[in-house]
Write a protein that binds this ligand. Sequence first.
Ligand code: G6P
Length: 609
Amino acid sequence: MCGIVGCVTRGRDIVPILVEGLRRVEYRGYDSAGVAAIEDGVLTVRKVAGKISGLQELLDEQPVSGSIGVAHTRWATHGAPSQVNAHPQLDGTGKIALVHNGIVENYRALRKSLEEKGHVFESETDTEVLVHLIEQHYEGDIAGAVRSALAGVQGAYGIAVIHADEPGVLVGARNGSPLVVGIGSDCYYVASDVAALIRHTRNVVYLDDLEMVVATPDGFSTTTLENELITKDVEHVTWNIDMIEKNGFPHFMLKEIFEQDRTVTDAVRGRLIELAGDAVLGGLRDHRRALNTANRIIILACGTSWHAGLIGEYMIEDLARVPVEVEYASEFRYRNPVIEPDDIALIISQSGETTDTLAAMNEAQRRGAIALGIVNVVGSTIARQSDGGVFTHAGPEIGVASTKAFTSQLMVLAALALMLGRSRDVSVTEGRHIVKAMGGIPGQIREILARDEKIDDIARRYAHHSNFLYLGRGYNFPVALEGALKLKEISYVHAEGYPAAEMKHGPIALIDENMPVVVVAPQDEFYKKILSNMEEVKSRGGRIIAITSEGDEQVKKLADDVIEIPRTMRHLTPILAVVPLQLLAYHIAVERGCHVDQPRNLAKSVTVE
Ligand code: G6P
């Protein structure tokens, strides 16, 4: 988590660039923020507890300028969100400023040994040891000092460092936390995410683990931490600033929900072949044989991506008859998992940076599995370290609660299941049917989005409740989990997702008129069963909001409120059914006055364990 930005140029003030860049990475953390800049050989720092808007207010009152600087927006790990714990952190001389994303695992031992050498610490952060360690190694060359200091550091870091005595040198380094170098015309940048730089440049270099960059107003060089020069490819970012603006929507989350008719199209653009009733996924080309002979697919992911994995499991087993297991990446990485020679690990991640997911992928690879990614962010660590994969092409997702990335993951999983199915049991006729149904999804999403006003109305009537139960069966059980997660994340309302039939094994005890039950009940093979589950809720006084197929009369009789979704093939239903649940959560959160795009305690990209 945490967002960092650094910039070096000559003859002009870069503080506004840093603060604007910070706003673009605020999704990474937003409990405190700070900036440091060097002017006339003097390092000045401004820090606040709270959001970047607070930092801007402070800068308006107490301006800072300089042609080199670093900035940070924090998601606290060590030490509460406070001004003193905010970054940049300074060394004992007040000349070195450092911003950090990650966790220094051996910080206690480092701090103790530095204290013994006379260093005095002000904050509770793990980060402060880094800057004191650099001070300890400093002999007139900040890049050399960073290199020497990092040799003794264990843990994850993306850092940017400046020294008041070297006002033309910006140093960045990474291990486990993302860091990208931006190449401007007369300006060089480092940042956690290209979003921070996109207004200024689309030419970037992605650093890999244990690499460093040293930038000056005249250029930059990349090296390993051992100081071996390395030449890195300059990559061109294809998306633009509009894609990270709200474009008239009150929140990014709502904008991203409304983009889904387009993003699901982009997810499979050029990947479905109508005539052959098949899918072609170029990034998996080299692994077709392995996929065709796979004994088992192990899906590894966290959060919303894990829910997509659960649906992917149903899709792949249904269409391709390959056994699939879905694991929380955080659990997989620390167990002693059995990996057989013909197992394939499928890694699902929007950001491509989630620490647990990355570590789980590396563990699977270490044990001999081929790791294939379904990733949204091009250039991300998982995208680069996987053995192959498919980009979801959903564009930047800024809202912390994932929406469009989820439906794009489902489209890609449906394409993958089709591809695997076609090389096994699925006939060309069935394949064509699936391709046609997938082609209909964008229009059907538009139909659901047109019902937003009605969903808003329902949301207002239920927003005061403090507990919700979400139920679904089959393909829609993971949809219930995702609907509940959306509500929890952004409205701070307790919500639980359950397989509808499991309700009677416990949660039914909770049901009364104060516990709204959201039931995902399209007309599929579980329809009759879920009607019974709804009866069970009704007879205990529960209030039901049902997601059901268009024209369904029976559910209308049972439910207090109904949101209809168009009909599609059963394995594609989750792509439609989740959309009203996203909107329901969104409107409940707005009604409750919650900060939708930046919910408390969360961060979009979880780069700590
Ligand atoms: C965080 C985000 C979630 C996301 C999860 C996994 O918890 O808040 O929205 O689903 O990380 O992220 P990934 O980028 O790996 O999909």
